[in-house]
Design a protein. Structure first.
Length: 103
């Protein structure tokens, strides 16, 4: 199961993921987040994965797709600092992410 909390503040889209991001649940992320990025033209995204308890290869590819379609800043909240996607900026909290974006 995947739960998604989406919030927008100061021109930044905050996406918080909870549960499992897998082949079976990636459709929800595609429907809710990737469509939003395409349709609205979101430029700054903070993706919080600290409450994901499992990500499979397909889930990682879905996160990479989000990263690739983002026009400007894509920062991942990842308290373990795991290098899941190359060239992605990882920070430990949302305040640090906002400061890094600089809005």
């Amino acid at each position: 199961m995947l739960d998604i909390d989406i919030d927008s503040k100061m021109g930044i889209l905050f996406v918080r993921l909870f549960g499992r991001l897998t082949k079976e649940t990636r459709g929800k992320l595609n429907e809710e987040v990737i469509k939003l990025i395409h349709n609205v033209g979101i430029k700054n995204i903070v993706l919080n994965i600290q409450n994901l308890n499992y990500i499979d290869k397909i889930g990682l590819k879905t996160l990479e797709k989000c990263y690739k379609i983002c026009n400007k800043s894509f920062i991942c909240i990842n308290p373990n600092q795991l290098d899941l996607i190359g060239n992605l900026k990882y920070v430990t909290d949302e305040l640090t992410a906002v400061n890094l974006i600089g809005v």
